[in-house]
Design a protein around this ligand. Structure first.
Ligand code: GLC
Length: 432
């Protein structure tokens, strides 16, 4: 859409595909209590090392992952190549702190990229600019060693610029050794403020970094976490995380390309004991709500230390895929509906500008009639999307108007009393 801030990279597939899988995987899957466990519990390197020593995901089968992802209706994936703890999932030449030195002994990223590409799923890399393992990463107020009694002394040895070199070098590896990469998701900047010593663009040398990224992969889409929000071309899309936005995301009053990332249960890394798992219904509502506001949903799985998506994750992915199999038309290629089409009560709207069809997602099934505004004389045909059964429509009856005069000019859809047997029914409107 022309009123949206353009990306530097290629966003055409991104705003069409709408739904992707985030994968947070690393040695933090072993403690199984959040990917920030090292920082939260201030675990020293020598203690955290036990997870490195015991990391052996023997059941890892990236083809199964790619299958589960594609069956869920997801069109791209973004995997943590390195998270804040510094552990690398690929065979980086720039460090020993990598999967090939664990008992598992093999690169995790290459077979993953291959399996996903073969399944027709696009490839994205998440990369942490933060690193609580690297000896040159200056200890700040967010670091796992922030309360270390010798913090100042330890920092004397540390040269942040050397770390930046490492960061740039690793980015170069990731963007030259794995073919075309569609997305780069850097995480994250937290510039120093009055009450916190943090890090931002100078520490990462963000501008130089981004320049290299764009040179190596001109089509790549880069997220918004390098602390370059005010720089022209400094980011391609916004990434609101773990909350639902109220409307299309804007920056300086301008609509932008955006993607919200969300967890199933709170933690990004595998969390054994978390009980706050969202239901399939809630997750579908998130997806629909997001697309209806012009955004993408990146939904996260934290695989186990054995290398599997656990049963809870598979249950959600299967449930979403089951729905998308019949309702993908209301998601892919869709966006916010033109404002004159009003969202009916208890519903969410999406719209496909290429086919000129509107989709009413009925979150709470009404009794027989659904009145919709802004559609008068615009509907050519209407049907339930799950089974292509016709939905008849017309003007509200004189009786309805006599008790509710505001219905005048609306369209009344006749719905079956019994809710269609799908998680969220959708009415497809072919518009004139
Ligand atoms: C946050 C967290 C992190 C997670 C990320 C996902 O910034 O630091 O653990 O990887 O969000 O967007």
């Amino acid at each position: 859409m022309s009123d949206v801030r353009p990306a530097v990279g290629d966003s055409s597939w991104f705003t069409h595909d709408r739904f992707g899988l985030f994968i947070h995987w690393g040695i933090y899957a072993l403690p199984g209590r959040h990917e920030w466990v090292k920082q939260r519990e201030e675990i020293p390197d020598d203690v955290y090392q036990k997870y490195f020593k015991h990391f052996d995901p023997d059941l890892y089968d990236p083809e199964l992952w790619a299958q589960a992802t594609s069956n869920a209706g997801m069109k791209y994936f973004v995997v943590t190549t390195k998270h804040h703890d510094g552990f690398c999932l690929w065979d980086s030449k720039l460090t020993d702190y990598k999967v090939t030195n664990t008992p598992y002994g093999k690169d995790l990223i290459r077979p993953m990229v291959e399996a996903y590409r073969n399944a027709g799923v696009r490839v994205g890399f998440y990369h942490s600019v933060i690193d609580w393992h690297h000896p040159d990463f200056v200890i700040d107020d967010v670091h796992a060693m922030r309360n270390h009694p010798d913090r100042a002394k330890l920092n004397e040895e540390r040269v942040q610029a050397r770390y930046a070199e490492y960061l740039h070098g690793q980015t170069r590896e990731l963007l030259t050794e794995y073919g075309d990469v569609d997305i780069l998701f850097y995480d994250f900047s937290y510039p120093s403020s009055e009450n916190r010593v943090g890090k931002g663009r100078d520490d990462w040398q963000s501008e130089k970094l981004l320049q290299m990224v764009r040179e190596l992969q001109p089509n790549i889409l880069v997220n918004d976490r390098l602390d370059l929000m005010d720089v022209d071309g400094g980011w391609d899309y916004k990434t609101p995380e773990q909350f639902m936005v109220r409307d299309w995301v804007k920056v300086n009053g301008e609509k932008v390309i955006w993607e919200t990332c969300q967890t199933f249960s709170g933690s990004w890394g595998y969390h054994r004991d978390e009980a706050t798992w969202k239901s399939v219904n809630q997750l579908l509502t998130m997806l629909i709500d997001t697309v209806g506001k012009g955004g993408n949903l990146l939904l996260n799985v934290g695989p186990t230390g054995r290398g599997e998506f656990d049963a809870r994750a598979l249950d959600r992915l299967n449930g979403m895929g089951e729905w998308l199999k019949r309702h993908g038309r209301s998601i892919y290629g869709c966006s916010q509906a033109p404002c004159e089409l009003k969202t009916p009560q208890d519903c969410r709207l999406t719209y496909n500008p290429d086919t000129n069809r509107a989709y009413i997602h009925v979150l709470n099934w009404p009794i027989k009639r659904l009145h919709i505004e802004g559609f008068a004389d615009r509907i050519e045909y209407a049907q339930l999307l799950n089974d292509a059964s016709e939905v008849s429509f017309g003007s509200p009856s004189p009786h309805e108007i006599s008790v509710d005069p505001e219905l005048e000019g609306s369209v009344a859809l006749d719905l079956p009393v019994i809710k269609p047997d799908v998680a969220i029914p959708v009415i497809e409107l072919y518009l004139k």
